[in-house]
Design a protein around this ligand. Structure first.
Ligand SMILES: *[C@@H]1O[C@H](CO)[C@@H](O)[C@H](O)[C@H]1NC(C)=O
Ligand SMILES: *[C@@H]1O[C@H](CO)[C@@H](O)[C@H](O)[C@H]1NC(C)=O
Ligand SMILES: *[C@@H]1O[C@H](CO)[C@@H](O)[C@H](O)[C@H]1NC(C)=O
Length: 603
């Protein structure tokens, strides 16, 4: 039902445009009203990492500093003032890897195999074999076909290699980007070499357990084989032993070597820093972004700046340290905002302001678990419950979303309609004159009519909130009444008041003893209760049964559209494989620093 509805309306929309086009072609005219903008705009897409919706000034974060009323993110707020601010902008997942896969492809991560059914929901290594499958189509690939110059600057975190160290099958250059400068992985505490290992912590329980299990299995088989108790092929015993060894090595090396294996910088296919020099990264990234804009000012371009801010360990240049009222985290937010300002300056300086579509968002909500001692190192999700890693609660998935395109989009508009990060895919593709792939389901809906105010409602009726491969919650925008319902089938067990939500686990789990199942589901009316504090029941809400039944039907319909695909985050695809490790020396001696001799820039 749901799919028919949206697909239908989308086709109608396209057909209308086509009829309109033919009509004007016959008259030999092609006015602006028909084709929304004849010249292809440039795109500057900025995605922050782990930024909470409550961190941003125009989403309500005002602060008093030195007795003066002060907004903490003046540049992002300025973007909203000149553009459109989305208040119900939803990420497809509450952790990086799947959310980013969905953003780039316009599809729920479960469709591309980027949703995990284990506790490990993000890629753990540059040297693992999982990643965004080569047959997924990113908006960058379509834009390149449309004559755009395309670049990714910053974080990728969607895999590097499949079978050998240099195949780069998951690499940004294999996904439609002409140019890449940044981290193929993500920032981690380990990158700074401080004593609070992030990766090792999240690996330790499962890794040690599996290693023990494998050792036990190998020993049993070996003894069985040698004493002729049962027959097994040597091949199997040896394979298992090698697996166990690899498992052990990757767990072990997560302590000391992560910095060398994961914290690296690349320019296109080349590694420029291994391990990366954190002090220089911010200024290098800005330089790269601004010079890309300068180089491409005469042709349409797509620049995706995927910021490393505001992920731990909160690398902040001296200039910004101690500036904010919110500790190191606040300083890092202010530095990020300053970076956004520099990017906007780069656009304005080249006279590209009116011809550039600028988008700002965060990949998911702030991390409640990130803190050291009493200092909160993760983002603030405002009035919303939960945070990073939690499948369905608003705090993990409701993010800032701002679009600016002067002259085409209204200035200072605020839209409360249901929108998704996945909507950027069809929006960007259509504006560039391309077509979305017809051979697969696209979950994003084009945003342009909504942003321009030519339609009242977004193309979304239902939205599915996954935790890994598990559906935790569903929201329904009931268009006739205007109500936004949300039903939670599963919720993580966490303590919102305690300093660290799912502390001790690093991140809340999606299944097992760390979650609670709800039958009937927990139902909320999001417009009346945005903090999801008071679940409705059949006694308090006359529509309870009708609403939960309708949502249940939508889930059934949605499930029918899913097909099995290779699991990119399976245990096998998500362990460290020495032969896939990007390395700029002779493995295992991987060390280089190509950037250090370059002159200091911007900062
Ligand atoms: C602003 O954000 C900081 C964290 O970045 C948070 O501690 C503070 O409570 C927020 N203030 C408001 C008014 O939301
Ligand atoms: C850019 O758009 C704004 C808003 O429509 C308009 O006032 C301004 O004149 C435009 N600038 C240029 C250079 O076209
Ligand atoms: C990509 O390939 C996999 C495995 O070959 C297949 O299951 C999947 O459907 C393909 N995806 C698309 C979008 O064609």
């Amino acid at each position: 039902m749901y799919l028919f509805y949206t697909k239908g309306s989308h086709e109608v929309y396209q057909r209308k445009q086509w009829i309109c086009l033919k009509f004007w072609l016959i008259l030999g005219l092609l006015p602006r009203t028909c084709v929304s903008n004849p010249s292809k705009p440039n795109f500057l897409l900025i995605l922050a990492d782990d930024l909470g919706i409550g961190d941003v000034g125009c989403y309500g974060n005002d602060t008093i500093r030195d007795g003066i009323f002060f907004f903490r993110t003046p540049n992002i707020d300025g973007l909203a003032k000149e553009g459109v601010r989305l208040t119900q902008h939803i990420a497809a997942a509450a952790v990086c890897t799947p959310s980013r896969a969905a953003f780039l492809t316009g599809r729920y991560p479960i469709r591309s195999g980027m949703a995990s059914s284990t506790q490990r929901r993000i890629l753990f290594w540059n040297g693992c074999s999982g990643g965004l499958p080569p047959n997924e189509t990113t908006f960058a690939r379509i834009l390149r076909q449309q004559g755009y110059s395309t670049a990714l600057i910053g974080k990728w975190h969607m895999g590097v290699n499949c079978k050998s160290r240099h195949d780069h099958c998951h690499h940004p250059l294999n996904h439609g980007f002409d140019y890449f400068y940044g981290m193929p992985f993500t920032l981690l505490n380990e990158c700074q070499g401080i004593d609070d290992p992030e990766l090792a912590k999240s690996l330790q329980d499962t890794y040690w357990l599996y290693t023990q299990m494998i050792i036990l299995a190998v020993l049993t088989l070996l003894i069985g084989k040698l004493t002729n108790l049962f027959s097994v092929k040597w091949k199997i015993v040896i394979c298992l032993a090698i697996c166990g060894l690899l498992y052990f090595i990757s767990w072990f090396s997560s302590y000391g070597l992560t910095k060398y294996w994961n914290c690296i910088l690349m320019r296109n296919h080349d590694i420029t820093e291994q391990p990366m020099n954190l002090e220089k990264t911010t200024s290098n990234m800005l330089k790269e972004a601004v010079s890309f804009i300068e180089r491409n000012k005469h042709r349409p371009f797509l620049l995706f700046v995927s910021l490393l801010h505001v992920h731990t360990p909160l690398i902040t240049t001296e200039k910004f340290q101690g500036r904010s009222r919110h500790g190191l985290y606040g300083d890092n937010v202010e530095e990020m905002d300053w970076m956004v300002g520099r990017l906007l300056d780069g656009i304005d300086k080249e006279g590209l302001k009116n011809s550039t579509f600028i988008y700002f968002a965060s990949d998911h909500g702030g991390s409640l678990e990130a803190h050291r001692g009493n200092a909160q190192l993760g983002g603030w999700n405002g009035i919303y419950k939960g945070g990073k890693g939690m499948g369905g609660w608003e705090g993990g998935i409701r993010v800032p979303g701002i679009v600016r395109w002067p002259g085409v989009l209204p200035a200072g508009a605020v839209i409360h309609e249901l929108t998704s990060l996945m909507d950027i895919f069809p929006t960007v593709v259509h504006l560039a004159g391309g077509e979305v792939p017809q051979d697969r389901v696209i979950d994003g809906r084009t945003l342009l009519p909504l942003l321009r105010g030519t339609v009242q409602h977004s193309g979304h009726e239902f939205m599915f909130h996954y935790c890994g491969a598990f559906l935790h919650a569903v929201r329904w925008h009931q268009k006739d009444s205007g109500t936004v319902w949300k039903a939670h089938y599963t919720t993580p067990v966490f303590q919102p008041e305690a300093s660290g939500a799912c502390f001790g686990r690093g991140i809340c789990p999606c299944f097992g003893d760390g979650v609670t199942h709800h039958d009937p589901p927990l139902l909320f009316d999001l417009l009346k209760d945005p903090s999801e504090a008071n679940p409705l029941s059949a006694d308090t809400e006359p529509l309870f049964d009708v609403v939960t039944r309708r949502i249940g039907e939508a889930v059934e319909e949605h499930r029918k559209t899913l097909t099995p695909v290779p699991q990119q985050l399976s245990p096998y695809n998500n362990i460290w494989k020495p032969w896939l490790q990007p390395c700029c020396g002779t493995f295992p001696f991987c060390w280089c620093d190509e950037e250090s001799n370059k002159a200091d820039g911007i900062l």
